[in-house]
Design a protein around this ligand. Structure first.
Ligand code: S3P
Length: 470
């Protein structure tokens, strides 16, 4: 089991790119697989989660080739470099029954979106996952998908995995009000809606990430948004298209916060996804006092991306709540670390969804912040954090609880703590950010030197998740 040992960092001045967006990478494989022809995907995130999605679709008869620059076959390796391109031969909406259970690994997105697609197949599939995924509730997707005509067998009242999906060809369209703000549940229902002969509508309580709608549009599948309702008509087959996956703002978030906290730092992040349903982190950091410039380009495939420049300064506490929560849901652990170093109190509330992520992220963040000497109070749906007024934290020894975002958030905390911090159980980082450990080392050793920026990281320089002292 690997660990990170992190020491206090100096201000940084550099330029980086981050690996491809996880949510978009999953969907790129899924929509290309359901399309009517060949699609080429670039920028794909070669992380454990996204490879689980690719393996799942391969097991259902979809030909997927991962290729290097010279067209040789790409394999995941120690370096962490992704494939140059991924070629997916779509088979249309009908998949082939897999020979055995489909392993979704650690990935909730794979299992939940796949449940929507499998609901409309004329075969049954068993979906399995690792220990963490096996504790996550699937009832939130099986409930609405059962109303559409599929049947499911999960474990216990929350229908945790293993989950058997008995698909049904000719699903019924529904109008469904989501009980929680979840892009995964919204997407599962919209995808099942393709297998109906009518109009399926999902009403969300708050706006959630809209990659499914934006990307389906690129693949010429129309969805319609009216206020908080999103509708899709059944029978539309995605048209094959090439697709570029931008960098993941949720991965950039760790470095944005690292730069924002440190007066004198300046960081440029290029080619990062700037979809407005994901950029809440920028708004929060600006509110806390960071200076951020955004240079936006809208890609031909509809997913906006661009360059971010961030300058560090003293941060101040803030309140993160309500409609803003779904937009920053994956960034709350690292925002809690920013809050721990800010001037004044930060309150995070309305975020009880954090309790059903890869781990209970409310209790994990609260426990770990305490190990770093932070004054923090757990709320049922969030936390209250007393900032250190820019003073260094005390080095902590903490676990990731097997959760990639907890591991990375507390590695960043270690950059702002006196002494050596240890974060254990960091293999999980590979589920979203191969190459994180190498980036961390560069940030730790990088100092402001003279003027201008030295591009030190062009691509993920390597997954060191297997290294004992990354
Ligand atoms: C995701 C949606 C969010 C997010 C997850 C990825 C997606 O989950 O936390 O990391 O790709 O749709 P919920 O839908 O459960 O909020």
């Amino acid at each position: 089991m690997s660990e990170y040992r992190v020491k206090k960092a100096h201000p940084i001045a550099t330029e980086i790119t981050v690996p491809g967006d996880k949510s978009i990478s999953h969907r790129s494989i899924m929509f290309a697989a359901l399309s009517n022809g060949t699609c080429e995907i670039t920028g794909f995130l070669p992380s454990g989660d996204c490879l689980s999605t690719a393996t799942a679709f391969r097991s259902m008869g979809v030909k997927i080739d991962f290729l290097n620059n010279d067209d040789s076959v790409w394999e995941p390796d120690e370096t962490g470099h992704g494939p140059h391109r991924v070629i997916v031969q779509g088979r249309g909406l009908q998949l082939q029954a897999p020979a055995g259970p489909v392993d979704c690994g650690n990935s909730g997105t794979t299992m939940r979106l796949l449940s929507g697609i499998l609901a409309g197949q004329d075969f049954s599939t068993v979906l399995t996952g690792d220990e963490s995924l096996s504790k996550r509730p699937m009832k939130r997707v099986t409930g609405p998908l059962s109303l559409m005509g599929a049947t499911f067998e999960g474990t216990g009242p929350k229908e945790t995995p293993p989950l058997t999906v008995h698909g049904h060809s000719g699903l019924k369209p529904i109008t469904y009000t989501l009980p929680m703000a979840s892009a995964q549940v919204k997407s599962a229902i919209l995808l099942a809606g393709l297998y109906t002969e009518g109009k399926t509508t999902v009403i969300e309580p708050e706006i959630t990430r809209n990659h499914t709608e934006t990307m389906l549009r690129h693949f010429r599948v129309k969805t319609v948004r009216e206020g908080m309702a999103i509708s899709i008509y059944g029978g539309q087959v995605p048209e094959s298209r090439d697709f570029h996956v931008p960098g993941d703002i949720s991965s950039a978030a760790f470095w944005l916060v690292a730069a924002a906290i440190q007066p004198g730092s300046e960081l440029i992040i290029k080619g990062v996804g700037l979809n407005e349903t994901r950029t809440g982190i920028l708004k929060v950091l600006i509110r806390m006092g960071a200076q951020i410039a955004e240079d936006l380009t809208t890609g031909a495939d509809g997913e906006p991306y661009g360059t971010l420049t961030i300058r560090g300064g003293g941060l101040k506490g803030t309140i993160i709540e309500g409609a803003e929560i779904p937009n920053v849901i994956d960034e709350l652990p690292i925002l809690a670390v920013a809050a721990a170093l800010a001037h004044g109190k930060t309150i995070i509330r309305d975020a009880k969804e954090l309790r059903v992520k890869e781990t209970d992220r409310i209790s994990a963040v609260v426990e770990n912040l305490k190990h770093f000497g932070v004054e923090v109070r757990e709320l049922f749906d969030g936390m209250e954090i007393e900032g250190s007024k820019g003073e260094s934290l005390t080095a902590g020894k903490v676990t990731s609880f097997g959760d990639h975002r907890i591991a990375m958030a507390f590695a960043i905390a270690g950059l702002f703590a006196e002494g050596e911090s240890i974060i254990t159980d960091t293999d999980c980082v590979n589920t979203s950010y191969p190459g994180f450990a190498a980036h961390l080392r560069l940030f730790q050793s990088r100092q402001v030197s003279g003027s201008g920026h030295t591009p030190v990281i062009d691509r993920p320089p390597g997954s060191l998740s297997k290294s004992p002292h990354a």
